[in-house]
Design a protein around this ligand. Structure first.
Ligand code: GA4
Length: 331
């Protein structure tokens, strides 16, 4: 079902993005999810079952953290691999107009990172664990519906990867500070700075994992790139989640699903933008290949078999905007 979008720049276009109501029948939702994964690699879910409480608690903890002074926050960094980051994204020189916290989804790792993030680490890690549990359930429900929609004999073949205790899933909290009023002089200075981001908050990329569960407050900024290369602004909806197909899912469906390229514009609003992403990933040693019962004898595998660890290593050796799947194409 289409939803309203707002135009931000000349090269954007308003497009209807599917909305999946998880309270509808499984037969109906599974079919619509598969269609959305094939055509957009992106959709919105409503009636998702994640409690407002779990969301509000994490958002409050995160706003408290980002509201501190820069030296206080820096004590929790750098995010290499987990903790607080400011502007620098990944290890290869990418820069964004944001601050963020990166956490592994494993409870022991959450406890360790929380100790550097918060003065009340037990409260912080409790809230993160509750959120991660809820969105992992949502991710698994969506993956089971995909299994049903594809008529796979084992409908849990994808969700099992994320349910695994060794799952390499990650949680990211992005904070885009409220816009400051610029004078002509400060605009000129910041455009010359090596940290200039050309109005981009988080540059274009696809997510390497299986799927991403994204929730933001009511400040806009997210855009997705559709088939014609035009950027489509996504209307923020704090009561919903947006689902993004990642590269690993594209490979596991032999390109039947597409990973969606997306970006966040720098924040123009008087209010800070906060987005929270759960990146559902398999264990490091899991093979990223189509389940055998998804392939017919005549089907050719488009990718060489590779593990999640190999794919992750490739992603971290490249820049944010680089495409990586082609490195694993079968010849
Ligand atoms: C994009 C998706 C997730 O935010 C992330 C990002 C990671 C990082 O910020 O450290 C990466 C990026 C993301 C893909 C390419 C590499 C790795 C920055 C970067 C340049 C946490 C992830 O898993 O991959």
């Amino acid at each position: 079902m289409p939803f309203p979008t707002a135009t931000r720049s000349k090269k954007t276009k308003a497009v209807g993005i599917p909305t999946i109501d998880l309270s509808e029948s499984r037969a109906r939702t599974s079919k619509s999810i598969v269609e959305a994964c094939q055509h957009f690699g992106f959709f919105k879910v409503i009636n998702h079952g994640v409690s407002d409480h779990a969301i509000a608690n994490l958002e409050r903890q995160a706003f408290d953290f980002f509201g501190q002074t820069a030296p206080e926050k820096r004590r929790a960094g750098p995010a290499a691999p987990f903790g607080y980051g400011c502007k620098a994204i990944g290890p290869n020189g990418d820069i964004g107009d944001l601050e963020y916290i990166l956490l592994h989804s494993d409870p022991a790792s959450i406890a360790e990172t929380s100790a550097s993030i918060s003065n009340s680490p037990l409260a912080f890690s409790y809230v993160v664990n509750e959120y991660v549990k809820s969105v992992r359930e949502l991710a698994c429900e969506i993956l089971d519906l995909v299994g049903e929609g594809l008529w796979l004999p084992n409908k849990s073949v994808f969700s099992n990867l994320i349910r695994d205790v060794q799952s390499d899933s990650v949680l990211r909290i992005n904070y885009y500070p409220a816009a400051v009023k610029h004078t002509e002089k400060s605009r000129e200075l910041s455009s010359k700075s090596h940290l200039s981001t050309n109005n981009i908050g988080f540059g274009e990329h696809s997510d390497p994992q299986i799927l991403t569960i994204l929730r933001s407050n009511d400040v806009d900024g997210l855009q997705i790139s559709l088939h014609d290369g035009l950027w489509t602004p996504v209307c923020p909806d704090p009561s919903a989640f947006y689902i993004l197909i990642g590269d690993a899912f594209q490979a596991m469906t032999n390109d039947r699903f597409v990973s969606v390229r997306h970006r966040a514009m720098a924040n123009n609003s008087k209010k800070a933008r906060m987005s929270i992403m759960y990146f559902g990933a398999p264990p490091l040693n899991a093979w990223i290949a189509p389940p055998s019962d998804m392939m017919l004898p005549k089907d050719q595998s488009l990718y060489k078999p590779f593990t999640w660890a190999q794919y992750k290593k490739a992603a971290y050796s490249l820049r944010l905007a680089d495409s990586r799947l082609h490195l694993f194409k079968a010849s």
